[in-house]
Design a protein. Structure first.
Ligand SMILES: [Zn+2]
Length: 272
């Protein structure tokens, strides 16, 4: 399975590159599809018999199906219970985090966690958590190894901590949140394919590990914490923070999704 986000795709460095409908997005969805195809080719070379691509960015309608490698199937569109990780519970033998990015409040190209700006930090069991760390913990609950992570160099640094055995491919070097030294697609494709082939050696489900988890979320304004705290099990823990316990990572991610949706709905014009 490939969980395909867009901020960490080849060449992407700023907002318009990843906002559906813009001219830049039309350009970068082709490069994004190129990254996905490069990984599909590598996974197939490494022995994968089926690849499910789960669109994980924004509207979750970014990749070009007409250009997709025929060895893959694509889950496109929004409103999926496990969101970025929909499909992880269907018996897959490994997951690739493609086009991922650094977490909220961290240095990295287009760094954020779920919401673009309103979330300033997330911790999982006391550890600062990017989308990658959250999703890797969810994958572990189904015994699925993270095989490969791609994004900028900061994404790879992050993945080295939460998925040390995975392959890491940096398609660009972060200079600032909106600037990077980018490798052309001809180079990143080769790197992604090679890494995807090699990482298939680690494919195969292990023992599922279900444990309770605690998530804390910090917002950039007090009313977002107040709004999120109406969710059962979610408590306001400070002026701009909420926290909650969950018996499993699956439940934790579902609650996190509700928290982000409610906070997003409470954002007001210029003041946020
Ligand atoms: Zn993302």
């Amino acid at each position: 399975m490939i969980s395909a986000d867009m901020e960490g795709a080849t060449g992407v460095t700023w907002t318009d590159d990843v906002v559906p409908g813009t001219e830049q997005w039309q350009r970068f969805r082709r490069l994004f599809t190129g990254d996905v195809n490069a990984v599909i080719a590598g996974l197939a070379d490494g022995g994968a018999t089926d690849v499910l691509v789960n669109e994980a960015h924004s509207s979750q309608r970014n990749l070009l199906l007409e250009d997709l490698d025929p060895r893959a199937r694509m889950l496109t569109g929004r409103h999926k219970p496990l969101s970025m990780m929909e499909g992880i519970d269907t018996g897959v033998d490994g997951v690739v985090f493609l086009g991922y990015h650094a977490g909220a409040g961290c240095d990295g190209v287009l760094s954020h966690t779920y919401l673009p700006n309103q979330i300033t930090g997330v911790t999982l069991d006391g550890i600062p958590a990017s989308e990658g760390r959250l999703n890797a913990t969810l994958a572990a609950e189904y015994g699925v190894p993270v095989l490969l992570v791609s994004g900028d160099d900061k994404t790879c640094d992050d993945a080295a901590d939460y998925a040390p055995d995975a392959a890491h491919v940096a398609v660009k070097e972060c200079i600032s949140r909106y600037a990077a030294i980018c490798l052309p697609p001809s180079r990143t494709s080769a790197d992604l394919t090679t890494a995807a082939t090699t990482c298939m050696r680690r494919a195969g489900r292990g023992k599922p590990t279900t444990t309770p988890h605690h998530i804390d979320v910090e917002f950039d304004a007090s009313h977002l914490a107040q709004a999120a705290a109406v969710v059962p099990t979610v408590e306001q823990t400070g002026v701009r923070t909420v926290g909650f316990d969950a018996p499993t990572m699956t439940e934790a991610m579902k609650t996190f999704k509700i928290v982000t949706a409610i906070a997003d709905g409470a954002v007001q014009g210029k003041y946020g």
